[in-house]
Design a protein around this ligand. Structure first.
Ligand code: ADE
Length: 240
C-alpha cells in the first residue's frame, strides 16, 4: 500500500516513521510520502489560504496547491483521497477495513475553516473520495486524524501484525466492546483475578467474557446494542 499526505505541517506526521508503521516501510509492505503543500505555491509568502467568499470568520484553504499536488502525484483511478474533516462520515472499524483494501490512499489534511469545496469536487472527478471525521469534536487540523486513520488501517494489512488472532478478539471486531483482561500476579493491591479465569474451564471462561463484553457495551455504548447496529438482530460476540 502507498500512503501520501498533503499537509502544511509535515513534522506533525513524523510519528509515521516510528514503531510498527516504520517497520512496515522497512519491510516494503508500505510506502509513505509526506508532502509539504506549500511546495505547490508560487508566491513569496507561499500562501495556502484566503478569506471566505460570502464573509465569515477564519480562512479557507486555496484550491490551486491541492490541484497541482493531485496532478503531480498522479491522483487517478486506483487512488482513494481521504479528506479529514469534522464534517465527514464517522471513522469506524468497518471503514478502516474498507480502506485497508485500497492500493493507495492520499490524505488531504485540512486546516483553518476547511478546504475550498471545489478541491473535493475535483478530486471526485479524478478518484474515489472519502471525507472522514474522527469524531464529534474539532481538532486544529486534519493531521492527527490522518495519523489515527493510518494506524487503524495499516495494522489490518496482511503481514503487518505479529498476532492475527488478536485482531479478531479486540474491541469492535465483533460488534461489542472487549471484555476486561488480567495477567499475573493473581492478587495485586488486594484485588483478585476473577476465579473463573483461573479455573481452566474454557466454556465457563468464554461465557464469562461474553457476559462482561455485553455488560460493558450496554453501559458505555448502548448504541452498539441497538437492533439497527446488529446484522441479524442478535448480539455478535468477540471470538474467544
Ligand atoms: N479536523 C478537525 N477536526 C477533525 C475531526 N474531528 N476529524 C477529522 N478531521 C478533523
Amino acid at each position: 500500500m502507498r500512503l501520501d499526505y498533503l499537509t502544511i505541517f509535515p513534522d506533525y506526521l513524523a510519528p509515521l516513521g516510528l514503531s510498527l508503521p516504520g517497520k512496515a516501510v522497512e519491510s516494503g509492505l508500505l510506502e509513505v510520502h509526506v508532502h509539504d503543500l506549500r511546495q505547490w505555491t508560487h508566491d513569496r509568502h507561499r500562501t495556502v489560504d484566503d478569506t471566505p467568499y460570502g464573509g465569515g470568520a477564519g480562512m479557507v484553504m486555496k484550491p490551486e496547491p491541492f490541484g497541482e499536488a493531485f496532478a503531480e502525484l498522479g491522483v487517478g483511478a486506483g487512488t482513494t483521497v481521504v479528506f479529514t474533516t469534522p464534517s465527514g462520515e464517522p471513522f469506524t472499524q468497518a471503514l478502516a477495513a474498507e480502506l485497508s483494501t485500497r492500493e493507495r490512499l492520499v490524505f488531504a489534511c485540512g486546516r483553518y475553516e476547511g478546504i475550498d469545496q471545489r478541491v473535493i469536487d475535483h478530486a471526485r472527478d479524478l478518484a474515489e473520495v472519502r471525507e472522514v471525521s474522527l469524531g464529534d469534536y474539532v481538532l486544529n487540523g486534519g493531521e492527527v486524524a490522518a495519523l489515527a486513520i493510518t494506524e487503524a488501517v495499516v495494522r489490518l494489512l496482511p503481514g503487518f501484525m505479529g498476532n492475527a488472532a488478536s485482531l479478531v478478539e479486540e474491541s469492535h471486531a465483533g460488534g461489542l466492546l472487549e471484555y476486561p483482561v488480567y495477567t499475573k500476579p493473581p492478587a495485586w493491591e488486594g484485588r483478585e483475578v476473577p476465579a473463573v479465569l483461573r479455573s481452566g474451564d474454557h466454556g465457563a471462561i468464554a461465557a464469562w467474557r461474553r457476559e462482561q463484553a455485553r455488560r460493558r457495551t450496554a453501559e458505555r455504548r448502548p448504541d452498539l446494542l441497538a437492533p439497527s447496529a446488529l446484522e441479524d438482530g442478535s448480539p455478535i460476540v468477540p471470538a474467544v
